[in-house]
Design a binder for this molecule. Sequence first.
Ligand code: 0O2
Length: 206
Amino acid sequence: MKAEELLRNRLQSPMLRLRYTGAMGQVEWKLKMVNADLSMRQNRQVIRSMTGRIKDADSIARKLRKKGKPVTLEAARECLNDIAGIRVVCYFCDDIDLVAEALRRQQDLRIVKEKDYVRQPKRSGYQSVHMIVGVPICYERWTEEIRVEIQIRSFAMDYWAELDTQMCYKKEHGQAEHVEKKISGYSAILAGVDNQMLELRRSIER
Ligand code: 0O2
C-alpha cells in the first residue's frame, strides 16, 4: 500500500479525527468569545470571518516530504503543527495584535510558537501572524495536548494570500520570476492601502 493511502486510512480513524476537530472546536469557541469581547470594547466588528480545516492526507504527505520526514502518521503528529488549522480574518491590520494578545491571555491554551509575517513578511509578500497553540483534550484517564495553528491576518492580507495560492504558492515549480516579483509588489501596495484605511478609521474615531 502506498504511504499516502496508509496515511489516509489512519487519518480516517474516528478517535483521531475527533481529537483534532475537538481541539479546533475549542479554539473556535474561544475566538468567538474573543471577538464578542473585542467588538464590544472597540464598538465595531473586529473579526470578519473564521474558517477551520483538518489538513488532508495528500497535503500532509507533501509537507512531510518537503521537511524530509517519513510519510507516517507518527511523523505527522510529531512534526506538523497545522494538522488542525484556523484562519482568522480581521477587518483592520491593527486588529491582528488585539486578537493575538487576547489569545496569549487565555489560561487554558499553551502558546507553542509564534511567527510574525506581518512585521517581517515572507519573500513572496505573504503576511499573517501564525500562532501554534496547545489545547488539552481530556478523555477518561488521559489528557493529550493537540496543536492547532491559528493564522491571523487582515482582510487585505487574506485577499492577497488567496490569489497568491491560486496563482503562485501551490504551483509545483513556483512561477516565473517576473510573476513572483509582481505579486510580491502587489502585497506591498495592499499593505499601503491597509495602513491608509487604518489611518482613516483612526481619524474618524478621533
Ligand atoms: P495550507 O494548505 O494553507 O495549509 P512550522 O512547521 O510551524 O515551523 P510551516 O507550517 O512549515 O512552519 O511554515 P509556515 O511558513 O510558518 O506556514 C505555512 C503556511 O502559511 C502555509 O501552509 C500557508 O497556509 C501559509 N503560507 C506561507 N507562505 C505562503 C505564501 O507565500 N503564500 C501563501 N498564499 N500562503 C503562504 P501550507 O501547509 O503550505 O498550506
